[in-house]
Design a protein around this ligand. Structure first.
Ligand SMILES: C[S@@+](CC[C@H](N)C(=O)[O-])C[C@H]1O[C@@H](n2cnc3c(N)ncnc32)[C@H](O)[C@@H]1O
Length: 248
C-alpha cells in the first residue's frame, strides 16, 4: 500500500468526530486536542494516530461520501440518496462522457467523475468555480473539468457530445432544446428540481424527442436500533428535489 505524502488528503476518524486533513507541516486544533499533520507522513490507510490529549484517530482513505460530508459547500449540494437514483437509472459507466451544470460545490460532478471517463461541468458563479475546483482537486479527480460560464449562453458553442447530461440548476428547461443536439443517441438527460413547477417545465421542454421520461422522488429513512426500541428514526431527510430522467 502507498505511504502518505505531503498533499495527501485523509480522513481522520474518531469515535464521534471526523476530520478531513491534508498531510503537511501544519497542526489542526480540535476539541479532541492538537493533531500534528506531519505525523501522517509515511503512514498507511488503516494506521492510527493520537491527538496531543491521547484521543485515537483512524487514518482513512476518503471516498465520495466522505467528500460529500466534509467538502467546502456553496449553495445546496445534491444529496447521496438523489445521486444514487441518477447513477442507478442512467447506468453510468466508465466509458461515459458527461456534461453537468451547475457545478455548485462540485458534489455531483465528483460522484459522476468517480465513475465516468470524463465530466465537463459549467458554473456561472466565479467564486463557486474556485470552491468546486478545490473540492475536485482534493478528491484527486483529473477527469473532471470545471468551466466558468453560463450554460445557457455556452451550450450552443459546445463541440463535444455526451452520453449523459445532468442539470441541477434553476433554468434547466431552457437548456433542454440545446441539450438534445449534443446528447449521443441512447443518451440520458437528467434534471434535478426542488419544485413541481420546474419539473413540469422540464418535461414540457423534453417534448416528443425524448422517451422513457420519468420523474422520481426518493425518500430515505434510517432505522434506529436499540434493545426493544427498534423503529424508524424520528429525524428524516425531508423533501430535497425531484429527479426527471429521459432518454434519446
Ligand atoms: C443547486 S446548485 C448545484 C449543486 C451541485 N449539483 C452540487 O452537487 O454541488 C445550482 C448551481 O447552478 C448554478 N447555476 C445556475 N444557473 C446556471 C447557469 N445558467 N449556468 C451555469 N451555472 C448555473 C448556480 O450558481 C449554483 O451553483
Amino acid at each position: 500500500m502507498a505511504l502518505l505524502k505531503d498533499g495527501s488528503i485523509v480522513l481522520l476518524k474518531g469515535k464521534k468526530r471526523e476530520f478531513f486533513v491534508e498531510v503537511s507541516d501544519g497542526k489542526l486544533h480540535t476539541d479532541l486536542g492538537i493533531i500534528e499533520l506531519k505525523d501522517l507522513r509515511e503512514r498507511e490507510y488503516g494506521d492510527r494516530i493520537n491527538t496531543h490529549l491521547g484521543h485515537d484517530l483512524l487514518i482513512r482513505k476518503p471516498r465520495t461520501p466522505d467528500f460529500f460530508r466534509n467538502c467546502k459547500r456553496v449553495g445546496a449540494p445534491i444529496v447521496p440518496k438523489d445521486i444514487g437514483i441518477i447513477i442507478a437509472y442512467t447506468g453510468i459507466c466508465k466509458e461515459d462522457e458527461v456534461l453537468d451544470a451547475g457545478t455548485g460545490s462540485g458534489v455531483l460532478a465528483i460522484y459522476l467523475g468517480s465513475i465516468a471517463s470524463k465530466v465537463i461541468t459549467y458554473e456561472k458563479n466565479a467564486e463557486f468555480v474556485k470552491t468546486a475546483k478545490k473540492n475536485i482537486d482534493n478528491a484527486g479527480l483529473k477527469n473532471v473539468e470545471v468551466r466558468h460560464g453560463d450554460i445557457l449562453s455556452e451550450i450552443p458553442k459546445i463541440k463535444e457530445n455526451f452520453d449523459i447530461i445532468t442539470l441541477d440548476m434553476r433554468d434547466a428547461s431552457q437548456v433542454i432544446p440545446y441539450a438534445k443536439s449534443i446528447l449521443k443517441p441512447s443518451g440520458f438527460l437528467v434534471t434535478y428540481s426542488p419544485f413541481f413547477e420546474q419539473s413540469k417545465d422540464v418535461r414540457d421542454a423534453m417534448g416528443k424527442e425524448f422517451s422513457d421520461v420519468k420523474t422520481l422522488e426518493c425518500m430515505e429513512r434510517e432505522i434506529s436500533f436499540a434493545r426493544g426500541l427498534t423503529r424508524p428514526s424520528t429525524r428524516v431527510v425531508g423533501h430535497t428535489g425531484f429527479i426527471t430522467i429521459a432518454r434519446l
